[in-house]
Every structure is written in C-alpha cells, then in structure tokens.
Write a protein that binds this ligand. Structure first.
Ligand code: CUA
Length: 336
C-alpha cells in the first residue's frame, strides 16, 4: 500500500472515541474498526436470534400433563440446508476479504517510510532514531508513514498502540516490522500486549505525534541531551531514559533490583557468598556485565547495557548514584 495523500490524511483527522474503542488516530484505524463492528453486530444479531428462539421453544414445547406426543420430524429439506450453508459462507467470505485487506495494509510499510528501531526488554521500550539517539518514548512527525523495525533482548513482547489499531509481537533473535501513519498531532499510549513477567503491565511508553518542524527540533536537541548538564543531572536523565528506573528505585523501595538510595559506597553481599564495595568500578561492571556480581536476594535478570550506554553516560550515572545520599553509616562496634 502506498502512503495516503495529505488531503486524505487530513480528512481522516476527525472522529472521537466510542464506548468500545479509542479515537481513530491512524490511517487504517477506520478500516480495522469497520471489520470489528461488522463482526460485533453479526454476533449480536445471532445471539439475540438464538436466545429468543430458544426461549420461545422452551415455552411452546413445554411438558403438558403426562402425555408425551412424538411428532414426526422431516429428515431432509434441500432448501433449508442450502440456505444455512450458503448464508454463513457468504458472511465468512465478506469477513475474510475485509480482514485480509486490512492485514495486508497493516503489514506492508510504504516505501520511504521514516524508520525507527525498537528494542524491547524487561520492562521498557527503547526507540532509536536515524541519528543514533535512543529514547524511552516514540516521537514521530505528523502525517508521515513511520516504520518500526523491532527486536527484543530477552522474551517476547508486543508493541501495541490502541489509538493506531496496530499491534505486533517483538521477538528475540529476529526482526518484526510494524508501521503507521498518524494524521493527528497528540500523545497516545503504547502498551506491551504480550505477558512478559512481573512488570508487564507497566511496560508502557507514549507516542508523541508532532508537527514536522517541532519533531526535527526535538530530535536535534534530544540527541545532545547531556550537553551543558552537571554530571549528576545528566545521570538522572540516563537513569530515566535508559530504563534503569524500571527496576531500581531511588526511594529505597525494593523493585526488581536493589534500590539506588544511599547505596554508593556500601558493602554488598553477592549471590555466590562473596562481597564487595559498591564503587565506581562495581557500577560500571554491573552495567556492562550485570550477572558478574549479583546482589544476594535478587534474581540475575538485568540485561547488559554493553553498546547501549556510552562511557560518558556511565560516568554520569555513577555521579547520579553518588548524589542519592551518602551510604548509611557502618554499625559502630561500641568503641569511642
Ligand atoms: Cu513486555 Cu509484556
């Protein structure tokens, strides 16, 4: 399918949500909804028909007295049998043709679409733009076809944007593709639609559909996000943007991994019984090879950030961890 003309895109801009479905915010949303409602109303029609007939027959053929009359029943009726075979066949073919056309639209990205790489991991999305910048949210220009090439670092996830009516599994070890064209600027939620563990339901992000100029300005600025910031402030951004926030709290709450609050400089006991101090080198090692020294009591589930965090980003992260309060004082031995 080719990209729609700007006029068609603008025409699609109207339309709010319904009780069943959110507002249509992609070019193929209307077609998807039409297929949904067709099947929905067919189901409603037959549900009502069958229930009404069943209740009516329940009443009509109820037992009256002790006499049980056995009525002769017709064993063959050509017209009746043809009717109940041909009508469902026609309904089924209409649903098939409609569904297949929609499927082909959903799975065939137009030539020249703007490409964004998507990486899923427990439990965060990351979107890599053509300039190499990586963001936890998806920003796209309005009215432009966008193609997502997606893969996973661990288990199967699924990128789902209800407003766009598009959903595609994201699988480790291969690439899957999803595309859309959003005619209306706005913010729409992204969900993970494949159960992927403890924080599956919180594996969310946002699509920001922005006017082209605004998008270009955002990307240029975002690509240089650490510029001019103090290391600890830059580290706070790394913590949020690179998904650390999903598993490490900064308020002492135990999530998937140890909290970062007041952790710098503390002695940690590892799963293998050894111990070590959480210093600069420990943090760097844990970012690059997370399973080398896993803190006792936690599962070795952290993925490596090798190739995903540059050295300045790791340095900034270390500065940020240092800023999260000094380590709790060692228990005193009672001596002055
Ligand atoms: Cu990722 Cu569910």
């Amino acid at each position: 399918m080719s990209a729609l003309s700007q006029a068609k895109v603008a025409a699609l801009a109207g339309g709010g949500g319904t009780f069943w479905l959110p507002a249509q915010r992609s070019t193929f949303a209307a077609h998807t909804d039409a297929a949904f409602y067709l099947i929905f109303w067919i189901c409603v029609f037959f549900f009502v028909l069958i229930v009404v007939l069943a209740l009516w027959m329940l009443f009509k053929y109820r037992r009256r007295g002790d006499v049980i009359e056995v009525q002769p029943s017709a064993h063959h009726n050509m017209m009746l049998e043809l009717t109940w075979s041909v009508i469902p066949l026609i309904i089924m073919l209409v649903i098939f043709v409609m569904g297949f056309r929609g499927y082909m639209d959903l799975h065939t990205a137009p030539q020249g679409a703007y490409e964004v790489q998507v990486t899923a991991q427990k439990w965060a999305w990351s979107f890599t733009y053509p300039n190499g910048y990586e963001d936890p949210d998806l920003h796209v220009p309005v009215g432009v076809p966008v193609k997502l090439t997606m893969t996973s670092r661990d288990v199967i996830h699924s990128l789902y944007v209800p407003a766009f009516r598009t959903k595609q599994d994201v699988v480790p070890g291969r690439y899957t593709v999803e595309w859309f064209q959003a005619p209306v600027a706005g913010e729409y939620p992204i969900f993970c639609a494949e159960y992927c563990g403890t924080k599956h339901s919180q594996m969310q992000a946002t699509v920001f559909v922005q006017p082209q100029a605004e998008f270009d300005a955002w990307l240029a600025k975002a690509g240089d996000y650490m510029k001019g910031l103090a290391p600890a402030d830059a580290g706070a951004l790394v913590y949020k943007k690179k998904g650390c926030v999903q598993c490490h709290s900064i308020d002492g709450t135990r999530v998937v991994g140890p909290s970062f609050k007041g952790s710098f400089g503390t002695r940690r006991t590892f799963a293998d019984g050894t111990s070590g101090v959480m210093d600069e080198n420990y943090i760097r090692e844990s970012v690059l090879t997370p399973r080398a020294k896993v803190v006792a009591g936690f599962d070795p589930v952290m993925p490596t950030f090798q190739g995903r965090l540059k050295e300045p980003e790791i340095a900034a992260l270390i500065a940020y961890l240092k800023s999260l309060g000094p380590a709790a004082p060692e228990p005193t031995t009672g001596r002055p």
